[in-house]
Write a protein of this length. Structure first.
Length: 303
């Protein structure tokens, strides 16, 4: 089976190589002349305020070279069909996804409003089979030569990866909390969407995290009270690195001071990590991370 698959891949690669040098467009014409409104839109989008792109002697930004060759949804006259055939072969082979990887441009003369664009495009190169993080497929490079009044104006090379998406590994599960005889009651409360705080029945001191004895008087007797869920961010950190499986940094971890006076560590949610601040009011909620794990987190209360 492996030998047969390898032979099939070799045959596909050979067929794809046959498209190298074939024209994808012959004497294609720009849908519109080079024009000031499009130049303005481009410059505004990129924040480019260079004076060469405005006024009666304006030129188009050189990097707009590809813009004037784009065919939009209706395409261009002059397309030969070779490029579509090539992509169809890749689709049939399971390479149904596509991503633009890079482009290279050469500028031979400035383009000015009113210039009428004519271009030829050729399939310059089809790579061998490549495996990337996205998946396995082939890099396809086209070369477009742009002319104005028969004079070369620029060359645009554009490269895509046409690939079969890699199977995604199952998302890692969050680590399970360590449950023991001293804190089992806390996790039982969480399972029931209740945040329980230990209370010493001798001196009344509340404590968290759960402990076998009171850290104020040493008594081993205790009961619980249910937290109201109100609190504030007493302190926090933003975790950027290192990344851990099942976590998506950056994210904020807060030391939350509950209204009852005890503090606990938990995630702060509801605002971007860079908007978490000391003193923000938060409210408890319970978030299910999978079918087995529910954790208390604290959502910022919007004022």
């Amino acid at each position: 089976m492996a030998v047969r698959e390898e032979r099939t891949r070799d045959e596909l690669g050979a067929r794809l190589k046959e498209y190298e040098g074939r024209p994808a467009a012959v004497s294609g014409a720009g849908k519109d002349p080079v024009n000031a409104p499009m130049i303005r839109h481009w410059c505004e989008a990129l924040g480019d305020t260079h004076p060469a792109y405005t006024g009666p002697d304006a030129i188009a930004p050189p990097t707009m070279l590809q813009v004037w060759t784009m065919g939009g949804l209706s395409g261009h006259q002059g397309r030969t069909g070779a490029y579509d055939e090539l992509l169809g072969l890749l689709d049939a082979a399971g390479c149904t996804a596509v991503v633009a990887t890079d482009c290279e441009q050469e500028y031979l003369r400035p383009l000015r409003p009113g210039d009428e664009i004519v271009f030829d495009t050729v399939i310059e190169e089809v790579s061998g089979r490549k495996t990337t993080k996205l998946g396995t497929g082939y890099f396809v490079t086209t070369r477009t030569e742009v002319r104005v009044d028969g004079e070369p104006a620029g060359i645009h090379r554009f490269r895509i990866l046409k690939y079969a998406p890699a199977a995604r590994a199952p998302r890692a599960r969050r680590p399970r909390p360590v449950v023991n005889r001293d804190n089992a009651g806390f996790w039982q409360g969480v399972a029931g969407h209740r945040l329980l705080i230990q209370r010493c029945t001798d001196c009344g001191t509340l404590r968290h995290p759960w402990l076998p004895g009171c850290n104020a008087c040493g008594s081993l007797e205790w009961d619980t009270v249910e937290a109201s869920g109100e609190g504030t961010v007493h302190s926090y950190v933003v975790l950027h690195h290192p990344p851990f499986p099942a976590f998506d940094p950056p994210y904020a971890v807060g030391l939350i001071e509950l209204a009852e006076g005890v503090r606990m560590v938990s995630n702060v949610v509801g605002v971007p990590y860079d908007r978490v601040r000391i003193g923000l009011p938060v409210r408890l909620e319970f978030r299910a991370y999978d079918e087995e794990l529910t954790l208390p987190v604290f959502r910022v209360v919007q004022r």
